[in-house]
Design a protein around this ligand. Sequence first.
Ligand SMILES: [Zn+2]
Length: 75
Amino acid sequence: MIQLPLSWLVFTALFLFLAWILVAWIGTAWARRRRERAELRRWTRCPVCALRFHRGPGSCPQCGAPASGESVRIF
Ligand SMILES: [Zn+2]
């Protein structure tokens, strides 16, 4: 049987635990960002009155201008 020092085992377990937390954190942040961007793609902004409304075949519900087809940018 292979003899391993206890400190090495503790260090490895701690490292794996922290790595797992980091991966889970990055994964959930990535999924949230992807969901938010997908939601923003369904919105458009009126070029005349700057009202945000759901993208569709119609025109702006406030001023009646035709929809530009441009997605809303958050940056
Ligand atoms: Zn408008």
